[in-house]
Ligand binder design. Structure first.
Ligand code: GUN
Length: 301
């Protein structure tokens, strides 16, 4: 039987461990979240981030400039937040509208308040193994592996996806944990063959159920980072089948979530796997809270 890696359980453990650390601080940690425009997925993520802050007794401030904002206006918001001592963490939700120069905005966040770990200074710190904030989703995956005691040293990890937010930092973290790492992407010649060499397969491409049994080595660990919303019934039926819970859920709600992996194949073939939702997703927010508390600890006497 394959083991389900329960991200909600690990999230709750991580958040519980933060409570005494927050209580020890002279001032509550403060997180500023900037959400530009009204991307529905981003709105859901940001609401969840703000709610988790409140539950932990941290201070959160949300800024919601319109979709028409200019790069300079957004740079001004970031500069104001950099200057405020009671703000320990700044998060600018991605993606930004196309008229905004994303790199300039990420560069403007003070590295010591960069709780996403997206600033080039922190990307560099990760690359050479120096301390600093790590991108939340990949560091959540590492916590999941650690807390389920899944060995990484000497294992072959294959990551499908080379994004700056997940794929590349995931590769660095696994490399520092002594895995042998392969990064695959849309132009990889023999994707299924590369994936079948993985002891740990990480799906981070954003393509619903793209990785199937032909990509999976029996007994490997399957980590599914994808969160894709299906809003066509034919896609739900193709992936999950007609008489399934997911098809029923679709009929009730008009959409369902699926990761980058075919979940039935992962459950059947792997030794351990992460469901979507409830696997990696909850850890992203938990690690944002960890990064914010660590920033507050560093910035407070
Ligand atoms: N968009 C998708 N994931 C993330 C994340 O981890 N941080 C930010 N800022 N934006 C995102």
């Amino acid at each position: 039987m394959s083991q389900v890696l329960d991200g909600k359980r690990v999230r709750d453990e991580i958040l519980e461990e933060l409570k005494p650390r927050i209580a020890r601080l002279a001032r509550k940690p403060g997180l500023a979240v900037v959400l530009v425009g009204n991307n529905p997925a981003s709105e859901v993520y940001v609401a969840s981030k703000v709610k988790t802050c409140r539950e932990l007794g941290m201070v959160s401030e949300k800024f919601t400039p319109p979709n028409t904002i200019t790069t300079d206006e957004l740079l001004q918001i970031v500069a104001d937040l950099n200057a405020r001592p009671e703000i320990d963490g700044i998060l600018v939700q991605m993606p930004l509208p196309k008229q905004v120069d994303t790199q300039r905005v990420l560069d403007a966040v003070a590295p010591e308040k960069d709780v996403d770990g997206f600033h080039p200074t922190n990307v560099g710190n990760l690359s050479i193994g120096r301390p600093g904030p790590r991108p939340c989703t990949p560091s959540g995956v590492m916590e999941l592996l650690k807390r389920y005691k899944i060995p990484v040293t000497g294992k072959h990890a294959v990551i499908v996806g080379r994004s700056d937010i997940v794929g590349k930092p995931m590769a660095m973290l696994l490399l520092h944990a002594h895995a042998t790492v392969t990064i695959c992407h849309s132009r990889t010649a023999d994707l299924a063959g590369e994936c079948r060499r993985a002891d740990i397969l990480v799906g981070a491409i954003g393509k619903p159920a793209m990785l199937t049994r032909e990509h999976m080595k029996p007994g490997a660990v399957m980590i599914d980072v994808g969160i894709n919303r299906l809003d066509k019934r034919e896609d739900v039926v193709r992936i999950f089948g007609e008489k399934t819970e997911k098809a029923a859920a679709f009929d009730k709600r008009g959409s369902v979530l699926v990761g980058d992996m075919q979940p039935y194949d992962a459950a059947e073939i792997s030794s351990a796997w992460t469901p979507v939702p409830g696997g990696v997703g909850p850890l992203t927010i938990a690690m944002l809270m960890v990064n914010t508390v660590e920033s507050a600890e560093r910035r407070q006497p």
